[in-house]
Design a protein around this ligand. Structure first.
Ligand code: HEM
Ligand code: HEM
Length: 393
């Protein structure tokens, strides 16, 4: 039978139950394997595959959950087999409501993490990559990750109790509870169904406590490192007031942009000859690059444990109008490579604005040699620099 009766689960309800059960158990396992896999250059490709699988299964669960609820609303609910055991019935019902909510809370919080963080493992076709109205924000991603983690604990605890209950019915009570979910056999007297208000309220209470706790007590330590650490550096003529040094890479075909929070530039520039010199010292440990920050700083790429600074030193010449070039050498992970930076320079009074960039090839610095093609990490690293400097009186 396709539909439920008050004593049995129909095919559709059973299909939803078992398909979602299988996918949920797999996704808990994948999530935990991901959490406990160390982040390094050796594991990044594995983790990408793992999280893409995890996310795609998770979004599939969400789609099935929507259909399941739509179906369940139109169906009678099979009555409990032992309505006289009021506490047991209440506990089982509460677990069912908590589980119903879990198949929404987990995928949605996961999807918020994915939409709010930059880069990393994509969700596969046919699902969209982002939720509308979710901005890219590390803080939001952190809060959603806390909800996801605590909700995962609630889900795993409820699933364990739920499976325990089912085994208990099958082995100790030897009643038809498991059989009616497994093969649709009818069981139970179609008499009464205890009210659902108490169990629904209990489930709402559990979720309020869990999500509230995840956002407050276990809330993310608000990460305000930020560009305010940018040091103003006194030089011969120019003091850098503000600026950003960002890089963009392509990871699995998608652009990921990040930057260095800490760097210093010493700039000399003669407005008559339109020539000058620049020395930039970059603190590579201050790099953030979305969710691949740890991998980028790891031994395969920037190797910040061994090389915590990168230095660019070059001479500035005017090409024409605002267009300038700084040609020199960039020393990164111990390798020095000739680099030309194209930038526009506008000097108005005592303020100079420079904006430009260059494209590097990671292979020139021996970075990511374990990724000989561009399928996971592109060769090109786009560098952008924006700065405002003033000349003291
Ligand atoms: C019912 C569905 C899901 C379940 C049971 C589930 C479960 C888990 C578990 C147990 C973890 C490891 C613990 C943790 O780090 O929080 C995890 C991590 C993660 N999940 Fe899910 N998940 C589900 C759906 C999704 C979806 C739909 C997405 C994204 C579209 C997603 C994205 C993530 C991400 C990004 C992490 C890593 C979080 C971090 O590093 O803090 N999950 N998930
Ligand atoms: C191997 C694991 C599982 C077993 C053996 C199992 C067993 C059962 C049984 C026997 C019932 C019928 C209870 C009754 O008629 O009173 C049931 C119902 C239910 N189960 Fe599971 N279950 C499992 C996993 C899960 C998971 C992972 C979820 C979470 C998403 C889940 C959610 C539900 C819900 C919401 C119901 C209420 C009936 C409905 O509306 O579909 N189960 N389960």
């Amino acid at each position: 039978m396709i539909s439920n009766t008050t004593a049995s689960y129909g095919r559709v309800a059973r299909f939803f139950h078992w398909s979602i059960a299988l996918l949920v158990l797999s996704d808990i396992a994948l999530g935990l394997i991901g959490k406990f896999t160390p982040r390094s250059g050796d594991t990044v490709a594995f983790l990408q595959l793992l999280y893409s699988t995890h996310k795609t299964i998770g979004v599939t669960i969400l789609a099935l959950a929507v259909l399941r609820v739509g179906w369940a609303i139109s169906q009678p609910r099979p009555v409990p087999l032992h309505p006289e055991r009021r506490l047991e019935t209440f506990a089982a019902d509460t677990a069912h409501w908590v589980l119903y909510a879990a198949i929404f809370v987990l995928p949605l919080s996961g999807w918020v993490i994915h939409s709010a963080e930059v880069g990393f493992a994509p969700i596969w076709w046919p699902f969209p990559q982002s939720l509308p109205f979710i901005p890219k924000s590390e803080r939001l991603a952190g809060a959603a990750a806390n909800v996801h983690w605590i909700a995962g604990i609630v889900l795993a605890t409820m699933v364990a109790a739920h499976i325990g209950g089912a085994i208990n019915h099958a082995l100790i009570d030897r009643d038809g509870t498991l059989a009616r979910m497994w093969n649709g056999r009818a069981a139970g007297k179609a008499a009464t169904h205890p009210g659902k208000t108490a169990s629904v309220l209990a489930a709402i209470g559990i979720w309020t406590f869990a999500i509230g706790g995840a956002l407050t007590v276990f809330g993310p330590a608000h990460n305000v490192e930020a560009a305010s650490q940018f040091p103003a550096k006194q030089t011969e003529g120019w003091v850098v007031q503000d600026g950003s040094l960002s890089i963009t890479i392509k990871q699995m075909g998608a652009e990921v942009t990040g930057g260095f929070a800490n760097w210093q530039a010493e700039i000399e520039y003669d407005e008559v000859t339109r020539t000058g010199a620049v020395k930039t010292v970059i603190d590579t440990t201050s790099l953030t690059l979305g969710s691949v920050t740890d991998q980028a700083k790891g031994p395969e790429f920037f190797d910040v444990a061994a090389h915590d600074t990168a230095v660019f030193q070059g001479n500035i010449v005017q090409i024409g109008g605002p267009k300038h070039q700084a040609s020199g050498s960039l020393t990164l992970v111990g390798q020095s490579v000739s680099v030309t930076l194209d930038f526009d320079l506008e000097v108005t009074g005592r303020t100079a604005k420079a904006s430009g960039g260059t494209v590097l090839d990671r292979r020139d610095f021996g970075m990511g040699m374990a990724y000989p093609d561009e399928s996971s990490v592109g060769f090109a690293v786009e560098v952008r620099i924006e700065l405002v400097a003033t000349k003291p009186e």
